[in-house]
Write a protein that binds this ligand. Structure first.
Ligand code: ZN
Length: 254
């Protein structure tokens, strides 16, 4: 039951994210005005905002002018809901489930914006941190494991130090937004186990390198185009939530 509810919540929040990724880069409000068709300005009613189902019912077109809405909102909603579902399986009903869902939603939004605009808006990083960090603290206290708060700070410090060093060494190759996001990612992994920061960063850099090489090989990208790194950092961090511990165990025990 928890899993089903969390997945539905993931769809709804994914639907809200489609508004966020559309407006935050332009500095527009995410609350008002309500969503409207980009072509004819038709205000979307409550029924139009039901994720996925409304999109399928209208086949991705505006109800009035039939302008294509595009498949992007659908992808965002499904990706976000899938992450929420996977987190619900891992954490069950708990404060940490709420905390990690906040992280997932924030990272989906940030990754999307980074892919489109090569920016990681600080507003989303800060809002995610303002929701997620207090939840992580509550989760630590509810579990009667206050040491997790120190683990969280340690993880944040390690990841920030590493990314700060990469930032300085890369001389502009790495965006400031990536560095700004890094303590939050480290805090989350640290809350689980500060050792997870290493596989989180490793998986992020590895996936970024692989995609970068593929882009270069097929002739896109190249030296001039900076590859947006936020999505890879996000990917590495989320992957480490599941595979980080097994990676560490395999390394230590061989
Ligand atoms: Zn329209």
């Amino acid at each position: 039951m928890v899993i089903a509810y969390t997945a539905i919540l993931g769809l709804l929040i994914g639907s809200f994210l489609t508004v966020v990724v559309d407006r935050v880069p332009d500095g527009r409000s995410v609350v008002a005005p309500g969503s409207a068709c980009g072509n004819c300005g038709l205000q979307l009613g409550f029924v139009d905002l039901v994720p996925v189902f409304s999109w399928l019912a209208l086949r991705g077109k505006c109800r009035r002018c039939k302008a294509k809405i595009g498949v992007e909102p659908l992808i965002l909603e499904v990706v976000n809901a899938s992450l929420f579902l996977a987190l619900a399986i891992k954490f069950d009903l708990s404060w940490e489930l709420g905390a990690f869902c906040a992280l997932a939603a924030g990272l989906v939004g940030l990754s999307w914006i980074d892919l489109r605009t090569r920016r990681l808006p600080r507003e989303i990083t800060y809002v995610t941190a303002a929701i997620g960090v207090p939840l992580l603290c509550v989760a630590a206290l509810v579990r009667d494991e206050p040491r997790r708060i120190w683990m969280m700070l340690l993880g944040a410090a390690i990841e920030f130090a590493f990314m700060g060093a990469v930032y300085l060494a890369s001389k502009g190759g790495m965006g400031g937004g990536d560095v700004r996001l890094s303590p939050l990612l480290g805090a989350y992994l640290g809350w689980l186990n500060p050792g997870l920061v290493a596989p989180g960063l490793f998986l992020g850099f590895l996936s970024g390198a692989v995609v970068g090489l593929v882009l270069m090989t097929i002739g896109r990208g190249g030296r001039k185009t900076a590859v947006p790194f936020g999505p890879f950092l996000a990917l590495g961090t989320l992957a480490a939530v599941w595979v980080g511990q097994p990676m560490i165990d395999a390394l230590l025990h061989r």
